[in-house]
Design a protein around this ligand. Structure first.
Ligand SMILES: [Zn+2]
Length: 411
């Protein structure tokens, strides 16, 4: 099966030589080809170039992209898309004056989602989750990281991770799974944090390894949740079971979680709404990428991650959704890219780089995804006719996507 896309107004993120991530100044450049073609064979990008270089129109399927922009699909490196039910009542409570922390303190928040999930069957959880997944695929997401962390018991954490494994098997989108047992302290262990840490380390992690259910380990490193010492214990235990750390840090408080994560070779540190100079210093020269989640800042009305400070310090930055029922009930990467430009003062080039190649790096797949490169997976967005790529973040809230191709197939 071959697919030829012709007359592309502008083909974005063209990288003849693959790069794994872009840092600082490099993020300002988005390489493109105007009036281009793109040839896909099976699930792989095999050729591209200017229309005048196209020698043959022979293909099983030809798509005319006159007036349209073509780019790689979004790589959403941070989601909690597997969950049960919603939390719209807490949304209303917040409008009426309660804070995210107030709600958590009275048994809402993550514990509310955990209770719902514990009472939902694996099949039902799968159905609810794929409904969301299908929606974000149509919005241009071709690779997604999904975390556990609404189970908080061995059985329910495994249930979540098995649902993620099933999604990975049944859908063409690239999926990476992360164990986030350390998302909140379950009610049963309210007075016994050590007991819950022991449970994760001695019971959950060995079972996860046995069934090969996760690639990454995550911790909600935050005041009132898991401190530096707890985070280090979980990271070390995860690494013993072959899991690389990807850590929630600096959402509400900055107290050294970034330096700790870097010390342990974390692939990413995510959130960073609160950021000190020493955090920037800790990231310099490391392989750890910062991940910003602007939809979460938007929804909770908390500060935005200081993208300019991060990029201007020469560091790499990725963008992701944080799709979850409490703080970001949206998996729309197009909104994330717009919001990064509007609220974080990222240029469209920086934002598109952050949501494609750097997003791929933040989930460990940038050798195969995130750019238009020969040999990479054919995960492609074709927009509706638009005046320029700047129009994509400019026209916030509008769906400019006409066609999405994942693994070489139109979905
Ligand atoms: Zn998150």
């Amino acid at each position: 099966m071959t697919t030829l896309i012709t007359n592309i107004k502008e083909l974005l993120q063209v990288r003849d030589t693959n790069v794994l991530k872009l840092s600082g100044e490099e993020m300002k450049t988005l390489p493109t080809i105007k009036n281009a073609f793109l040839l896909i064979k099976h699930d792989t990008i095999v050729e591209y170039g200017k229309m005048e270089e196209l020698t043959s129109l022979e293909a099983d399927q030809v798509i005319d992209a006159t007036g349209k922009i073509v780019l790689p699909t979004w790589c959403d490196s941070h989601t909690h898309i597997v969950y049960a039910g919603n939390r719209e009542q807490e949304f209303v409570d917040r409008i009426n004056g309660l804070s995210y922390e107030d709600i958590a303190n009275r048994g809402g928040g993550i514990l509310n989602s955990a209770e719902k999930l514990q009472n939902t069957s694996e099949d039902d959880l799968y159905e609810q989750s794929i409904h969301r997944l299908k929606h974000v695929m149509k919005l241009g997401t071709g690779a997604i990281e999904i975390k556990s962390g609404y189970g908080l018991t061995t059985d329910s954490e495994l249930k979540m991770l098995r649902v993620i494994k099933r999604i990975k098997k049944e859908f063409p989108v690239k999926v990476k799974a992360t164990f986030l047992g350390a998302h909140a302290l379950p009610k049963a262990y309210k007075e016994d944090k050590k007991g819950y840490l022991d449970l994760m380390i001695n019971e959950m992690l060995p079972k996860i390894k046995e069934e090969n259910l996760a690639h990454y380990v995550d911790v909600f490193c935050e005041k009132g949740y898991f401190d530096l010492e707890d985070t280090e214990r979980i990271i070390e235990a995860g690494k013993k079971h072959g899991l690389t750390p990807k850590i929630h840090v600096n959402q509400f408080n900055a107290f050294g979680g970034i330096a700790l994560s870097v010390k342990h070779g974390a692939l990413s540190v995510d959130h960073l709404e609160e950021l000190k100079d020493e955090d920037i210093e800790a990231l310099k020269g490391s392989k750890t990428i910062a991940v910003a989640l602007p939809s979460c800042s938007y929804f909770l009305s908390i500060p935005y991650t200081p993208a300019r400070k991060i990029i201007d310090a020469g560091l790499p930055l990725a963008l992701a959704t944080d799709y979850n029922p409490g703080s970001t009930p949206s998996g729309n990467m197009n909104f994330v890219v717009s919001t990064a430009c509007i609220k974080m003062k990222m240029t469209p080039e920086e934002a598109i780089n952050a949501a494609t190649i750097n997003g791929a790096y933040a989930m460990g797949i940038s050798n195969e995804y995130g750019s238009i490169t020969r040999g990479k997976k054919a995960n492609i967005i074709i927009t509706k006719p638009v005046p320029s790529y700047n129009y994509l973040p400019y026209s916030f809230g509008e769906n400019n996507i006409e066609t999405v191709i994942i693994n070489g197939e139109v979905i």
